[in-house]
Design a protein around this ligand. Sequence first.
Ligand code: ATP
Ligand code: MG
Length: 567
Amino acid sequence: MKASQLFYPTLREVPSEAEIVSHQLLLRAGFIRKTTAGVYTYLPLAQRVLKKITDIVREEMNRAGGQEIMMPIIQPRELWEKSGRWSLYGEEMFKLNDRHQREFALGPTHEELITTLVDSDVHSYKGLPLLLYQIQNKYRDEIRPRFGLMRGREFIMKDLYSFDIDYEGLDESYQKMHHAYQRIYERLELDYRVVQADSGAIGGNESHEFMVLAETGESEIVYCSLCDYAANVEKAVCLAEENPPARKEYKSLTKVHTPGQKTIKDIVGFLDIPEQQQIKTLMYMKDDELIAAIVRGDRDLNEIKLKNLIGGNQLFMADEATVKSICGAGFGSLGPVGMKVKIYIDLEVAQMRNFACGANEDDYHYTNVNIGRDFAPFAVVDIRNAVEGDRCPCCEGSLKTIRGIEVGHIFKLGTRYSEALEATFLDSHGQEKPLVMGCYGIGISRTMAAAVEQNSDENGILWPLPIAPFQVIIVPVNIKNQEQKDLAESIYNELTAKGIEVLLDDRDERAGVKFKDADLIGIPLRITIGPKSLQENKIEMKKRWEKENTLVDISAVTKTVLDIVLE
Ligand code: ATP
Ligand code: MG
């Protein structure tokens, strides 16, 4: 490809709306353009990268026994009613009507559609297991589309669904996918980690996320310093302290006037009680029921753990008016003593003695509160976020934290969808059984952004070779010099004939401009042709990730490039 023909409108300025590096660079280097919030056009360079990512994903899905199909984006409401997700999916679903006012969704995911499909065409265990996948746009009206391709409202996903006769079969399909995903991220040359994950609203029991490590990632991961335990903070198990502090004498419960003191920090200052000696009382609505959830003053409540533990359809923070009418005080003066709702306390809180909390009377707190004597929890549960330094749930090690970008997610669904949609098959005894399912997603467009997030410097992108839009860029210092131009073209032809993807920067620009653009768009290998090349029969070769050039004999260029690319 000749640069003079390529549509890659680069920008000099960093676009102001872009907060993270991948978003900035993909815009600046002319890979993507925004149409509306969370909706992007992929320009030629991006399209080339996406193709490489999808080729790798497709090869590994096929290797693992997957078969590619393509399902419709438009899905009828009835299917979603059957699974119970038309309302459950909520505001994130894009909905539309046809001319007869029939309702449809733009597919945010395809469990309903594929389960129905397989049910109508697979009747016996003989047709199983079956692994079907597609690579397609998904539509989700995200509450906060942001970071460019990271959290789009239209984005590209590979989604595979497995259908098995039983749970052993599912385990096998799940293992195959787990393995295929590892191969994919290794081939993409991204630094990643597999973590235990929460299976969320999709339902099911086991799930792992594939995280590309990056400071700006939206997910917080904990991992053990000794063993291979790693989990999304949403999911990470917190243990009770092994050696809780010795049982101190119960001191007498005291009510203290605390005018205007509402937060944990206020009380630290006002009563000189450290955060660890206070508790945080958070009020939630579990559907129509008000409940209290309590963690230590310096901890964060984990809503996902809480929801998984207590069940119910919806869990959301209660509003202050409701809380005040039932508990007698507004936010900032709440506590478990005398509170007439179900109280869930964190494991760690169960080991505290003589702590402080609100008194359910505005501007009053209690000190020296003790569980058992002063209030009775409904349940003692693990509901806090794990933090750096926590004990590993699997070994003696302690946990560390890092951030990552979730690029893949695999779930064991079991019979969650097949039962709701009555998708069954006849087993070898002629008995009707529900299909046992798994689902496996990869964010293709998010993976492209994650690759940039992880691989850039102050000059631009550093594409890993397997997904670079071009492997080599040839820069003749002066394109008006006929000999330079001829040499550039002959090397271009030779490399292209060997299957190397080459961009020839044939634009009539200063060499400095061309070097800057080559760095910005992140082509891994740069070949520079200048006057020296003609005098000494050598070209300068520079790897994007190294500082120095090397001189290569013109006769050895093709071999040198092939060695690097095939390595
Ligand atoms: P998240 O927690 O980031 O919202 P999710 O759990 O909703 O992700 P899945 O439904 O498991 O995501 O989708 C599979 C994959 O699709 C994700 O691992 C991610 O890589 C990608 N993905 C999900 N939502 C988006 C989005 N809004 N924009 C781009 N990619 C996305
Ligand atoms: Mg989501």
